[in-house]
Design a binder for this molecule. Structure first.
Ligand code: P6P
Length: 343
């Protein structure tokens, strides 16, 4: 629902905290520090072409992606903003092979931060939308330094999840389990203002989002599903429109607002697909489920998958509940295309 009242994200977090009695304020301060990092990244994204932080480094990350300067900047900004506040016991970044421990001079807190500092790297140098994705968990280890066990938690344990989408404007979308709220950044005052409250995804959409360039590697069932979406139907529900940005945050944000389905499936080349479970799929899944949508790997609920490795990948089917359920039926071989009008 669109919002007219002027509410900043700080006030929204504080009011949210007031609603959860056990909140000590530590969680609110964690989110406040994270939004500072996102503001700084947003500024650099806007001026990247002028600040010589476009372009690539010689490095590749643990997933084999070419690392770009803005990736490194975003990663460093989040670590520097978050490592001394006393809220976290450990961090994990898609850009870092190893877990990020809290420097010994700083206090450790009860939360875990998992983040993809800059999602959509391949789009950075061509001025296409990119994003930052984050997840917050409570620690499961008792005290002191966080552990691998604190990081490898199933997605349903998230206490917060969100993304920043650096597009025509910068929006911050997050949930703490009480629905999904969207904030739009006003750089003239340096504030994120609440613009959509308790967002609900349409039950079904008219968009599908997948990299059709991989069609030759898809399973026959997936090929049948996508062909079904492209085949005109008597009720004009189909064909769906294809939209694919190549930045998960952008494709998910459109799916959240307009409905439909975003898919990064496993295929013959990459049986587990490309997206990472803890950095991308889990936060996206929490947000979409909180907005009334569905998020699976084609059969299992993403949030119930027990991670075994920090950088593990998962197929992802996410969006309007009717669309994702229909995709799953095709993947099980159940659905046969219904009668369609001659194209
Ligand atoms: P492809 C960006 O590099 C990313 O990790 C996701 O944000 C995006 O959805 C996907 O890769 C795009 O991958 O293979 O279609 O270029």
């Amino acid at each position: 629902m669109k919002v007219r009242k002027l509410v900043t994200i700080e006030r929204h977090i504080a009011e949210n905290q007031a609603m959860s009695p056990e909140a000590s304020g530590e969680f609110s301060r964690l989110l406040r520090d994270l939004t500072l990092a996102i503001r700084i990244i947003a500024r650099e994204v806007r001026r990247a072409g002028l600040a010589d932080i476009l372009g690539i480094t010689e490095a590749t990350n643990v997933s084999g992606d070419v690392v770009r300067k803005l990736d490194v900047f975003a990663h460093d900004t989040i670590v520097r903003a978050m490592d001394h506040g006393g809220h976290l016991c450990i961090m994990a970044s898609e850009e870092a092979e190893e877990l990020i421990h809290i420097p010994e001079q700083y206090e450790r807190g009860k939360y875990v931060l998992i983040f993809d500092p800059l999602d959509g790297s391949s789009n950075i140098d061509v001025n296409v939308t990119i994003g930052t994705i984050f997840s917050v968990y409570r620690r499961v280890s008792d005290s002191g330094d966080g552990t691998l066990e604190d990081v490898l938690q199933p997605g349903y344990k998230q206490v917060a999840a969100g993304y920043a989408c650096y597009g025509s404007s910068t929006v911050l979308v997050y949930t703490t389990g009480n629905g999904v709220d969207i904030f739009t950044y006003d750089p003239t005052v340096g504030e994120f203002f609440l613009t959509h409250e308790k967002v609900q995804i349409p039950k079904r959409g008219k968009y599908y989002s997948i990299n059709e360039g991989n069609a030759a590697y898809w399973s026959p069932e997936l090929q049948r599903y996508v062909q079904y979406l492209k085949t005109p139907s008597e009720d004009k529900q189909r064909p769906y429109k294809l939209r694919y940005v190549g930045t998960a945050v952008a494709d998910v944000h459109r799916t959240l607002l307009y409905g439909g389905i975003f898919m990064y499936p496993g295929d013959k080349k990459s049986p587990k697909g490309k997206l990472r479970l803890i950095y991308e799929a889990n936060p996206i899944a929490m947000l979409i489920e909180q907005a009334g949508g569905r998020a699976t790997d084609g059969e299992r609920r993403i949030l119930e998958i027990q991670p075994t490795e920090v950088h593990q990948r998962t197929p992802l089917f996410v969006g309007s509940p009717e669309d994702v359920l229909e995709a799953e039926a095709f993947l099980r071989g159940e659905q046969q295309p219904v009668a369609t009008v001659a194209s």
